[in-house]
Design a protein around this ligand. Sequence first.
Ligand code: CA
Ligand code: CA
Length: 216
Amino acid sequence: MRILCLSVVLVGAASFAHAEPRDITANIWADNWFELFVNGEKVAEDSVPITTERSFNQETVTFSADLPMAIAIKAMDFKENDSGLEYIGSRRQQMGDGGLIAQFMDAGSGALIAVTSANMRCLVVHRAPLDRACEQSEDPVAGEGSCAFLEADVPSNWSDPGFDDSDWAAAVEHSESDVSPKQGYDEINWDETAQLIWSEDLELDNTVLCRLTVLN
Ligand SMILES: [Ca+2]
Ligand SMILES: [Ca+2]
């Protein structure tokens, strides 16, 4: 048993010693806003504030990272307050929906390294409203009745490479027609394996944390 453990440690050390930083280009589109962390470090943030109406845009960023790398994306659908609604009090009052797609390529060769898909794991940290009837409320008050909400703690080390996300749910892939991605999405030539993801519910789940570990 002791010998087995030793060999595992040596293999781990050897692969770590050979890890070299790679320049990576990422395309990211989020409805409505995102932060990207790689190996626990924030490398990009959506440049259009989430409070901007129709904050739809793609971001293309290049960064250097050691592989294996942990990709961690915080994605937020806009909500006016904790009711989860937007355009509150107007005829357009609605829940609003989210959506996220990203792809990662070698900055030099363009070779695909990673994409968003059901291979990611996501944790919902804000859900509202808990009852869709809130959308029709004439006086929607966050936390009351159908407009109740759930807010979970964000694990402090959730973007770290060693974070255990094994109890997070698999990301759910959503169709273009369900997400109806807007401005910026069409500016990118998405690889056919890159999928629009979110949790299961594009409307009720407003903030999701998603992770993927890329081995090489
Ligand atoms: Ca939205
Ligand atoms: Ca929403």
